[in-house]
Design a protein around this ligand. Structure first.
Ligand SMILES: *[C@@H]1O[C@H](CO)[C@@H](O)[C@H](O)[C@H]1NC(C)=O
Ligand SMILES: *[C@@H]1O[C@H](CO)[C@@H](O)[C@H](O)[C@H]1NC(C)=O
Length: 349
């Protein structure tokens, strides 16, 4: 590169080039992929810098220019997002163009398959009546739905430009509020056993995160971080909504509810009670019950035996028996007046 003369004023068809970009010698008089010409004339605006190891660089104060005979798009937001049933703009701005009447198209891309959204100056498909084009090429969706979450491609064809086509892809996310989650809380759990509480909600987008509450107090992700839950044995998975106790304690009993939450909103299920019972107490109660039943049986047996002993000879004629003896020690006797069955010990204790 020869030593530069003072830079001339830019020709009218040239626009300033970003002076912070470093250039390689091969870039001279060439266009980059957006068809910008780096240096318009033979090295006039660029100089080999000693410090840059041979790369072509702009010197401070120098300006490089590129031709504007190209359509160049840009966007103010490549990743817009909105809540369902709200308005959203897919911005497609034309940074440079020479053609008066460019052709503008929008395509929606799902699983790499494009379908028309705006074609021949008309909104088509699913977005019909829900979207408009705002100058120059921005697509405005007036009432976004969850099915609008997709990539959209703005394509502009400018016949009179040297580089006559450019496109830009916008990635739209429509957030959907969670619905009331389905919560499952075991009603009663034996002391020391495992218990699993689950909470699921499928509508929310992005996917819901879950919080659990016990007696309206949020359960921390890690029990060790809270003096109140310190001794509890649970693990909480905020992504799946599962709260698992490896060994429930008496103190774990309470009213539990869960909340599903995402950027669009939240929803929660009604509290459900989880009871913790002691197996030993149940054992004791059962034992006592068994003893009482045995005592009752013995008492009844003795009574019957006495009754039979007192009344055996006149009543036991044999023609009262409708059902033959079953050999299980119990006979069914149809009483003459009522017609209902009573059972009677057929042997003497
Ligand atoms: C948006 O669409 C939904 C369902 O299609 C409808 O219920 C709602 O009224 C619409 N909102 C507006 C502002 O048009
Ligand atoms: C946790 O257990 C320890 C030891 O058993 C006990 O000293 C402490 O008071 C318990 N903490 C709570 C909050 O129950």
């Amino acid at each position: 590169c020869p030593l530069p003369p003072p830079p001339p004023p830019p020709p009218p068809s040239l626009l300033p080039f970003n002076p912070h970009r470093s250039l390689k010698p091969a870039d001279r008089n060439k266009r980059d992929k957006t068809s910008r010409v780096f240096c318009t004339t033979s090295g006039v605006f660029c100089r080999k810098s000693a410090s840059s190891g041979g790369a072509w660089q702009l010197e401070a104060g120098n300006t490089c220019y590129f031709t504007a005979l190209a359509v160049v798009l840009k966007t103010s937001d490549e990743f817009p997002s909105t809540d369902e049933f709200s308005k959203v703009e897919l911005s497609c701005l034309i940074e440079s163009i020479s053609t008066i009447n460019p052709r503008i198209e929008w395509k929606k891309i799902i699983n790499n398959k494009p379908s028309y959204v705006y074609f021949d100056k008309k909104i088509s498909g699913d977005l019909e009546n829900r979207a408009v084009i705002r100058e120059p090429a921005t697509l405005v969706i007036t009432n976004a739905t969850r099915s609008d979450t997709a990539k959209y491609r703005c394509e502009v064809t400018a016949a009179d430009d040297t580089k006559s086509f450019d496109e830009i892809v916008i990635d739209l996310v429509v957030r959907v509020k969670p619905v009331v989650p389905k919560c499952s809380v075991p009603k009663s759990v034996p002391f020391g056993k495992t218990a699993e509480l689950s909470c699921v909600e499928e509508e929310g987008f992005p996917k819901s995160q879950y919080q659990w509450f016990k007696n309206n107090e949020e359960i921390p992700n890690d029990p060790k971080t809270s003096p109140k839950f310190f001794n509890s044995s649970y693990t909480l998975n905020t992504g799946t909504g599962t709260l698992t106790f490896t060994a429930v304690r008496k103190e774990d009993a309470g009213d539990y509810h869960c909340r599903a939450k995402n950027d669009a909103g939240q929803a929660q299920c009604a509290p459900q009670n989880m009871e913790v019972y002691d197996i030993d107490i149940v054992g004791i109660v059962l034992g006592v019950l068994v003893v009482i039943i045995v005592l009752l049986c013995i008492t009844v047996g003795i009574c019957c035996a006495y009754k039979q002993g007192y009344c055996s000879s006149p009543k036991q004629t044999g023609n009262n028996y409708k059902v033959p003896a079953k050999g299980d020690g119990v006979d069914y006797v149809r009483t003459e007046d009522e017609g209902d069955f009573r059972h009677k010990s057929s042997f003497v204790i």
